[in-house]
Design a protein around this ligand. Structure first.
Ligand SMILES: NC(=O)c1ccc[n+]([C@@H]2O[C@H](COP(=O)([O-])OP(=O)(O)OC[C@H]3O[C@@H](n4cnc5c(N)ncnc54)[C@H](OP(=O)(O)O)[C@@H]3O)[C@@H](O)[C@H]2O)c1
Length: 385
């Protein structure tokens, strides 16, 4: 019997590694990626690089969908469905999507004559390359028997039968990825800040029932603050968290801990860790960003007495004028100013806009970032420091 011809759509972090593993076997592999450059190196390993999803699907009997989310998967399939038939072909949904999205995709593929297999996986780049992924097979027993041996190249295949349950299993497991890295980050931050030797902590932890191998896997990254070459990005972890949160709420399961994790992940994204390894969450736990702290207050004294102005020496402070305009400003140092003319609105993130005008003494604290909107020409005396 000829080996089954396989297509793989989406050669991102996971898809590329799955392709590398499959290319060690003897199944012809057709790959497609929106950014072609990310799939080109697979040609030297034996893959055929296709110009469109339709070309790859047409060539294959089994198609791996390893795309970011349900939306990306639908877009890629929509590009193909006009141009090639899905009839008789098996589509493996490897990317993580929700149980409802799984059902919807199953319906769409089945309507077009294809077979749908939910195949979420646990494990990342390295496990895919080594063939030690854990694959959750959500489709009929008949399909399971047909594909079991082939899929075993990638790791251990667990028969789940119901595609929706396979998707839910994956969300349940990914919830543990989130809570274990945040839990570890909390304890490890405490260890470092109490100046306890990390190895002492790890030696005790490794001997205990609390230990989880992820801790040792991520430890070198935490110690070196190196979150580059992600195995699994924070952006995708947030996507999975949202899917999980929706599911928990639908099932009336307490979601408060996950909501707190969401805040931490969103903070990490704000700090630019979106495309970094998810262990970068440690940075937010260890050193909450000043952005999360209450921004310092602007003090406004509406009618300062003449004696106060004299005492401060306001008349001798330099003058500053500016026409109607708007601009962002950051105060490295405290600045006091006395408004002689005009009006402006000061916008500070998460605060009510503040109007300042003629006759007011205004103190901008050091560290403040704000936006000035001058609504009528401003003239002011000012003093830095
Ligand atoms: N990484 C892991 O360890 C891991 C483990 C288990 C499950 N997963 C799941 O597997 C899926 C892929 O993860 P990944 O880590 O490989 O992500 P990734 O590196 O970000 O790759 C995403 C892939 O989707 C493609 N894509 C995104 N939007 C697209 C669109 N609108 N049209 C066409 N292609 C689009 C990207 O193409 P471009 O290259 O052109 O951007 C890329 O090939 C996700 O659902 C993830 O949650 C990942």
């Amino acid at each position: 019997m000829n080996p089954l011809r396989i297509a793989l759509l989406g050669t991102g972090l996971l898809g590329h590694s799955i392709a590398e593993r499959l290319l060690l076997g003897n199944n012809p592999l057709y790959v497609y990626n929106r950014s072609r450059s990310k799939a080109e190196d697979l040609v030297s390993l034996g893959a055929t690089l296709c110009n469109s999803p339709a070309e790859a699907i047409k060539a294959a009997e089994g198609i791996f969908l390893v795309l970011t989310d349900a939306k990306a998967t639908a877009e890629v399939l929509a590009l193909a469905e006009e141009k090639t038939s899905f009839r008789g072909k098996t589509f493996f949904q490897v990317g993580t999507i929700s149980p409802d999205e799984t059902l919807e995709l199953d319906k769409q593929i089945t309507q077009r004559g294809g077979y749908f297999v939910a195949l979420p996986v646990l494990g990342s780049k390295n496990e895919a390359k080594k063939g030690t992924l854990l694959l959750m097979f959500g489709a009929s027993e008949e399909h399971y028997h047909k594909w079991h041996d082939f899929l075993s190249q990638l790791g251990q295949v667990f028969f789940v039968a119901d595609p929706k349950k396979a998707a839910a299993l994956k969300l349940a497991l990914n919830q543990l990825i989130i809570s274990s890295i945040i839990g570890f980050s909390l304890s490890f931050s405490l260890i470092l800040k109490e100046e306890i030797h990390p190895e002492l902590f790890m030696s005790i932890l490794r001997k205990s029932a609390l230990y989880c191998s992820t801790f040792d896997k991520k430890l070198p990254r935490l110690l070196k603050k190196d979150y580059s070459s992600a195995n699994f990005t924070l952006e995708l972890l947030l996507k999975d968290l949202r899917l999980c949160l929706e599911e928990l709420e639908k099932l009336s399961i307490e979601s408060a801990p996950l909501k707190t994790s969401k805040i931490i992940i969103e903070q990490a994204l704000k700090r630019g860790y979106g495309d970094k390894d998810y262990s970068a969450l440690f940075e937010v736990v260890f050193a909450p960003h000043p952005m999360n702290e209450k921004s310092p207050e602007i003090i406004v004294e509406k009618n300062p007495s003449p004696s106060k102005l004299t005492e401060l020496g306001v008349a001798d402070w330099p003058l500053w004028e500016k026409d109607v305009s708007s601009f962002d400003w950051h105060y490295e140092e405290k600045e006091s100013c006395y408004i002689l003319e005009g009006e402006a609105i000061i916008y500070v993130e998460n605060k009510e806009p503040l109007q300042i005008s003629k006759g007011q003494l205004v103190i901008f604290p050091a560290g403040l970032s704000c936006r000035w909107e001058i609504t009528s020409k401003i003239k002011k005396h000012y003093r830095i420091g």
